[in-house]
Design a protein around this ligand. Structure first.
Ligand SMILES: *[C@@H]1O[C@H](CO)[C@@H](O)[C@H](O)[C@H]1NC(C)=O
Ligand SMILES: *[C@@H]1O[C@H](CO)[C@@H](O)[C@H](O)[C@H]1NC(C)=O
Ligand SMILES: *[C@@H]1O[C@H](CO)[C@@H](O)[C@H](O)[C@H]1NC(C)=O
Ligand SMILES: *[C@@H]1O[C@H](CO)[C@@H](O)[C@H](O)[C@H]1NC(C)=O
Ligand SMILES: *[C@@H]1O[C@H](CO)[C@@H](O)[C@H](O)[C@H]1NC(C)=O
Ligand SMILES: *[C@@H]1O[C@H](CO)[C@@H](O)[C@H](O)[C@H]1NC(C)=O
Ligand SMILES: *[C@@H]1O[C@H](CO)[C@@H](O)[C@H](O)[C@H]1NC(C)=O
Ligand SMILES: *[C@@H]1O[C@H](CO)[C@@H](O)[C@H](O)[C@H]1NC(C)=O
Ligand SMILES: *[C@@H]1O[C@H](CO)[C@@H](O)[C@H](O)[C@H]1NC(C)=O
Ligand SMILES: *[C@@H]1O[C@H](CO)[C@@H](O)[C@H](O)[C@H]1NC(C)=O
Ligand SMILES: *[C@@H]1O[C@H](CO)[C@@H](O)[C@H](O)[C@H]1NC(C)=O
Ligand SMILES: *[C@@H]1O[C@H](CO)[C@@H](O)[C@H](O)[C@H]1NC(C)=O
Length: 592
């Protein structure tokens, strides 16, 4: 490694001067109460998950190296965890907010996340990671701004706008779960939301009256950075703005070579920044569209999100048909070629003021190869399950990382296969044994009939290739060894493969999962466990002091449900009532 003199953002930089403290970097605090509210994004009342009463949730807007503190109070009726997609949590998988690392926050408890956005820039999002909850909302954008000393490869945009797109059902997340548990598929979504809102009434037959839609106000002539995140469930979407070019600039923390697209396919869990110049004549407003991809457009018409781009000098409402999406129900090469055209700008700085291109990933020797294969869901022991390489993952009651800390045995097995298992599929807690400082090649092969996106926590990986058909050793000849984009969520087309390379320099237990909520819920995930064989207390932070306990370690749990929050929120009347109850209780105890 000595030859790599510059360290890009996604490579850990273990300096002897780094200690376990947060080294004077600023802290940013958030206080969240997570609860259900009633909303009707598509005109039908339902329970959605809100943060401090808002759906979508607030923006986490921070700067490289900030320490982020988020106190989450769970006022849902079930367990909760928050995960921060694309945030790498260097040396700190404790804060990752998935069941492999962290005990869930029980109903009426609060838990405080604390993590540093070390050496990162870019656009990410957070969401509740358990129990299909993302299908009910609870999500929001994360912005990691560059430090002032690090230039961006474009002029500072006039404004910064978050656009959360996603497919949506009028059934709530508990009903959707029941559908999957019963072995059924979710069926066609009821629509697509843009920033938690339904479609503009572009067609009076297709869109009922009275639906609230998103409007984005802009100044003519200015350039804005639009951070678009697919926070939805399982439908790939095509994103476009009528009469406007989308200049792609960043993807999940890496600056891309800047190219114009009239539309871009965005898959579940993916994030992109576009620079959009408001260069039209404002004769009308313009449509912002996110529509279902790779489907029969005439059957899926209602699965279309429509917002409005409104110039301050606009002369009228948006009119006419929506801008066309690519028309290739039968020919999917267009989308794959588009995906391949997304390249890393190797001369742009990231979070550090060095050119990232000095990291030549293409010349590093691969130490481990894993072929992970997705097949259509199968029945295992009478249960409808999704599988990866023949294994359907079972979450243990005790998180893997916590179990390791207490030297508990038998919670999981480090036996995830390097090649897909043949024969009977199994349900088990099988984890990848990652080699610390190894360089891993992962081939994701999709044998199903729909696009799947895969996400790795704790890392950005290089996307080096994708193609239709079965991956073979010869496929390596087609790899992009120079400017493959580094990101954390990548699609795999049906009947195709995607290859990624990742430098295993971040110690911890990291989730590798499909972002498609249905397959994830049914078990299509695993973890990569990376341990520094030399125990030196420098490559991983200790278990946080406020850790919760569950499973075999439940006996260690001392935290109590949070009552005070309830008081401050429910107002004076119930406070009085509560005090009265306490007094009565006290009296009973005192005089018995
Ligand atoms: C979901 O909807 C069902 C009715 O379809 C209702 O019984 C249930 O309470 C709802 N759950 C939540 C969490 O809103
Ligand atoms: C994020 O914070 C910066 C200042 O640090 C501010 O300029 C910017 O407008 C904020 N963006 C959003 C979307 O809140
Ligand atoms: C719960 O919130 C309180 C502040 O209201 C905080 O002091 C406490 O540390 C939080 N609990 C946990 C486990 O983070
Ligand atoms: C790449 O980044 C450099 C440095 O900021 C910038 O000058 C250049 O325009 C970018 N190239 C492309 C193709 O985006
Ligand atoms: C609205 O959608 C319906 C159904 O697709 C279509 O028949 C009709 O032509 C559309 N109306 C307009 C004004 O585009
Ligand atoms: C992208 O399109 C805009 C017009 O919307 C144009 O001004 C700009 O030069 C184009 N940029 C590139 C890199 O093609
Ligand atoms: C504005 O642009 C539209 C579409 O290009 C064109 O039809 C219209 O005539 C233009 N209006 C003015 C006032 O220039
Ligand atoms: C799409 O669905 C319509 C209505 O069911 C059907 O007539 C048409 O053949 C389908 N188109 C394709 C390309 O399958
Ligand atoms: C990679 O492996 C080859 C032989 O297999 C060896 O010659 C070369 O030095 C190795 N490169 C690095 C960077 O370790
Ligand atoms: C995991 O991999 C390490 C080398 O990285 C090896 O020493 C260890 O034996 C492996 N553990 C298991 C259970 O296979
Ligand atoms: C799935 O795999 C089988 C062979 O095991 C192959 O015949 C089939 O074409 C594959 N289907 C897809 C969609 O990749
Ligand atoms: C690591 O830290 C723990 C607790 O602070 C301490 O007991 C242990 O000796 C340390 N180990 C090393 C190798 O420094």
């Amino acid at each position: 490694m000595a030859s790599f003199r510059f360290f890009p953002l996604f490579l850990i930089y273990i300096s002897p001067f780094l200690t376990l403290s947060y080294a004077g970097d600023p802290f940013v605090y958030y206080d969240w109460k997570v609860s259900y509210i009633t909303a009707a994004p598509l005109g039908v009342n339902q329970q959605v998950i809100a943060i401090n009463g808002k759906f979508p949730g607030p923006v986490v807007n921070v700067t490289t190296n900030n320490n982020v503190v988020v106190n989450v109070l769970n006022r849902l009726d079930e367990d909760l965890l928050y995960t921060w997609d694309g945030i790498q949590h260097r040396r700190n998988s404790w804060q990752d907010g998935v069941l492999g690392t962290t005990c869930p926050i029980p109903k009426d408890y609060n838990w405080t996340y604390q993590f540093q956005v070390k050496d990162q820039i870019g656009s990410f999002f957070y969401f509740p990671s358990l129990n299909f909850q993302r299908a009910a909302g609870g999500y929001g954008g994360i912005i990691v701004n560059n430090r002032a000393v690090v230039p961006t490869p474009f002029a500072t945009p006039y404004g910064d706008i978050i656009i959360l797109i996603g497919d949506w059902y009028n059934r709530n997340h508990t009903d959707l779960r029941k559908t999957l548990d019963a072995g059924k598929s979710l069926g066609m979504p009821d629509g697509v939301l843009i920033n938690g809102k339904g479609p503009y009434r572009y067609n009076t037959t297709l869109v009922p009256a009275g639906i609230e839609y998103e409007t984005i106000d802009v100044q003519p002539g200015k350039t804005y950075r639009l951070r678009v995140h697919h926070v939805g469930i399982s439908t790939s979407l095509n994103f476009r703005i009528q009469s406007h070019n989308l200049l792609l600039a960043e993807s999940e923390g890496s600056y891309t070579t800047q190219q114009n697209y009239t539309s871009l396919d965005i898959h579940v869990g993916q994030s992109y920044s576009f620079l959009v110049t408001m260069d039209q004549n404002a004769s009308t407003d313009y449509y912002i569209v996110a529509s279902a991809r790779f489907v029969n457009a005439s059957l899926w018409q209602r699965v279309t999100g429509v917002g409005i781009l409104h110039y301050t000098n606009s002369k009228g409402t948006a009119r006419g048909p929506l801008p066309d999406s690519p028309d290739d129900f039968y020919d999917k090469t267009f989308s794959m070629n588009q995906a391949r055209s997304i390249r890393w700008n190797v001369s742009a700085s990231g979070a550090r003021p060095n050119p990232q291109g000095s990291f030549r990933y293409g010349s590093i020797n691969v130490t481990d190869v894993y072929v992970l294969e997705n097949r259509p869901p199968v029945m295992i022991n009478g249960k409808h399950r999704a599988i990866l390489s023949g294994i359907s993952y079972i979450n243990p009651a005790t998180p893997i990382r916590l179990a390791d800390d207490y030297h508990l045995k038998g919670i999981y097995k480090l036996d995830f296969p390097k090649r897909p298992l043949t024969g009977q599929s199994q349900m088990k807690t099988s984890v990848i044994n990652g080699t610390y400082k190894g360089f891993m090649e992962v081939i994701l092969q999709n044998n199903d009939t729909t696009v799947q996106s895969y996400h790795m926590d704790g890392y950005a990986f290089f996307v080096v290739g994708m193609d239709y058909g079965e991956w073979t050793e010869n496929s390596r000849g087609t790899y992009n060894k120079w400017d493959g984009i580094a990101r954390s969520t990548i699609q795999v087309f049906p009947g195709a493969w995607t290859a990624i390379l990742v430098s295993l320099d971040n110690v911890g237990v990291w989730n590798l999962r499909t972002e498609n909520l249905d397959s994830w819920y049914l078990g299509q995930e695993t973890y990569i466990r990376i341990v520094n064989p030399e125990a030196n207390n420098k490559t991983e932070l200790p278990k946080p002091d406020n850790a919760f306990y569950c499973g075999q370690l439940s006996y260690l749990m001392t935290a109590k449900p949070n009552k005070s929050f309830a008081l401050s929120i429910a107002g004076e009347r119930s406070k009085l009532l509560f005090m009265l109850q306490m007094f009565v209780l006290f009296a009973i105890f005192a005089f018995r």
